[in-house]
Design a protein around this ligand. Structure first.
Ligand code: SAH
Length: 225
C-alpha cells in the first residue's frame, strides 16, 4: 500500500512514521509512505501556501494553487482510491474505517493547517473527510499519523505476529481481554490461574468472556452495533 501525505510541516511527521512498526512495514515493502512539502508546489520566491480569508475573519487559509498542483501531479502518476482531508468536521475515525482504508492500494492524506483550507479544494478534489475526534488540533499532521499508523499495522504481514492485530480492541466490536506476562506473581498480585493452566480451550473461553464482560461494562454501545 502507498500513502502520500501532503503537509506544510513535514518535520511533524518524521519520527512517528519512521519508528517501530511503521518503519519495519516500510523496510519489508508492506507500505510506502511519502511526505510532500506543500511549499515545493509554490511558484513565488516566498513559497506562500496561505493567504487572508475573504470576508475578513481572523486566521489564514491554505491556498488552492499549491494543493491543486501537488494532488494533480500525484494523480497523473497513479490512480488513487481515496483523497483524504483531515478535518474536525469529517466522519469520526474508527477501526472500521481503518480496516476499509487498509484494503486500498494508494491513498493521499492532505493535512490542513492554520484556519483551514480553501473550501473549493474540499468540494472538487477531496473524496473523504476524516476527523480523529471532537477536538481541534493545530494541524492535520497528527491526525495523518494516527490514520497511517492504524492502517499500516493491519496490512497482512506488516505485524510479525499477524494474529495480534486481529485480537486488538474494536475488531469484532469487542474490547481486548486483559494481558499478563511473567512473573506469575508480583508484589502478591497473581495472574489468573486459567492462564497458567496450559488448557488452551479454557484460556480461549476465558478471554472471550473477559472481552465480553469488559465491553459490556466500559463500552455497551459497541455491543448494540
Ligand atoms: N477552523 C477549523 C479548524 C482548523 S484547525 C475548524 O474550526 O474546523 C487546522 C487543521 O487541523 C484543520 O484544517 C485540520 O486539517 C486539522 N485538524 C484539526 N482538528 C482535527 C481533528 N479533530 N481531526 C482531524 N484533523 C484535524
Amino acid at each position: 500500500m502507498r500513502i502520500d501525505i501532503i503537509t506544510v510541516v513535514p518535520e511533524l511527521l518524521t519520527s512517528p512514521l519512521n519508528e517501530s512498526i511503521l518503519k519495519r512495514a516500510q523496510e519489508s515493502g508492506h507500505a510506502e509512505i511519502y511526505v510532500h512539502n506543500l511549499r515545493d508546489y509554490t511558484t513565488d520566491n516566498r513559497r506562500t501556501v496561505d493567504d487572508y480569508p475573504f470576508g475578513g475573519e481572523a486566521g489564514m487559509v491554505m491556498k488552492c494553487e499549491p494543493v491543486f498542483r501537488c494532488i494533480e501531479k500525484l494523480k497523473s502518476e497513479r490512480d488513487y482510491d481515496e483523497i483524504i482531508f483531515t478535518s474536525p468536521d469529517g466522519i469520526t475515525y474508527n477501526q472500521h474505517e481503518a480496516n476499509r482504508l487498509s484494503l486500498m492500494k494508494n491513498i493521499i492524506i492532505l493535512c490542513g493547517h492554520y484556519k483551514g483550507i480553501d473550501y473549493r479544494i474540499r468540494e472538487h478534489l477531496i473524496t473523504r473527510e476524516i476527523s480523529i475526534g471532537d477536538y481541534v488540533l493545530t494541524g492535520g499532521e497528527l491526525a495523518a499519523c494516527v490514520i497511517a499508523d492504524s492502517v499500516v499495522r493491519i496490512i497482512p504481514g506488516a505485524i510479525g505476529d499477524e494474529a495480534s492485530a486481529l485480537t486488538d480492541c474494536f475488531q469484532d466490536n469487542l474490547l481486548a481481554p486483559p494481558v499478563y506476562t511473567r512473573p506469575a506473581e508480583f508484589n502478591g498480585w497473581k495472574v489468573p490461574d486459567v492462564l497458567l493452566s496450559g488448557n488452551f480451550a479454557e484460556i480461549e473461553k476465558w478471554q472471550e468472556e473477559m472481552a465480553y464482560a469488559r465491553t459490556k461494562e466500559l463500552r455497551p454501545d459497541l455491543l448494540e452495533e
